[in-house]
Design a protein around this ligand. Structure first.
Ligand SMILES: [Zn+2]
Length: 212
């Protein structure tokens, strides 16, 4: 699989560009900003975009979906519970004086158990709410893109609209820390980590994890 990461926007979001090596079909996850940089990676790798996907609806993750849709024709996919953020995109970002595209049209809703397919590659979807009600994780063997649920040494904010700290802890403990220990986690911000490392060293999870 082709797998590229680029950090975009003032809040330094990890944007992922993934594609099938046999068919060149691929996806972009969380195009929050810097469309030119994203499109140059798409072009360099000769990728045909078939879907634009969001881990969740915060403006720093979806701020340039509309431009990317216009330039590539790829449909946009997100969990339905974050529609209020999609619809409020420009207004919410303006509170921080950050410029975004107009709100994108959503073409498909995804939820736990659904999949994202591009060429011969498939990502499985976990619904991991708490930071955002519609946060999803995308998993494939040995890897998981987890949005703003867990970071290397930290966890997602729960002071924003629709967030809930108990729900976030339940999501992390029941769905992310239950992945195999050597699973590489790719958070929405900051460096990658692993399930084992966060179990052992994350201070927010230090009270012990429950794998039930
Ligand atoms: Zn977020």
């Amino acid at each position: 699989m082709i797998f590229k990461t680029t950090v975009v926007g003032e809040l330094a979001v990890n944007c992922f560009i993934m594609a099938c090596e046999e068919t060149q079909k691929g996806i972009v996850i969380d195009p929050g900003d810097n469309i030119d940089g994203i499109l140059s990676i798409v072009k360099e790798n000769n990728i045909e975009l078939t879907e634009i996907v969001a881990t969740h609806g915060h403006f720093d993750h979806i701020g340039r979906v509309t431009t990317l849709k216009e330039k590539t024709g790829a449909p946009f996919t997100i969990h339905q519970a974050d529609m209020f953020m999609v619809e409020g995109l420009v207004e919410i970002a303006s509170f921080l004086s950050i410029d975004t595209d107009p709100a994108p049209e959503v073409d498909r809703f995804i939820d736990e158990g659904d999949t994202i397919t591009f060429g011969n590659e498939t990502l499985n979807i976990l619904h991991v709410p708490g930071h955002a009600p519609g946060n999803v994780a995308f998993t494939w063997p040995g890897h998981a893109i987890v949005g703003d649920t867990v970071f290397a040494g930290s966890i997602g904010r729960t002071d924003l609209e629709g967030a809930d700290p108990q729900v976030l802890m339940d999501s992390i403990r029941s769905k992310i820390l239950t992945l195999p220990d050597d699973t590489i986690l790719y958070p929405g911000h900051g460096p990658e980590t692993t399930v084992a490392k966060e179990k052992q060293t994350n201070p927010f999870l230090a009270s012990g994890f429950n794998t039930q």
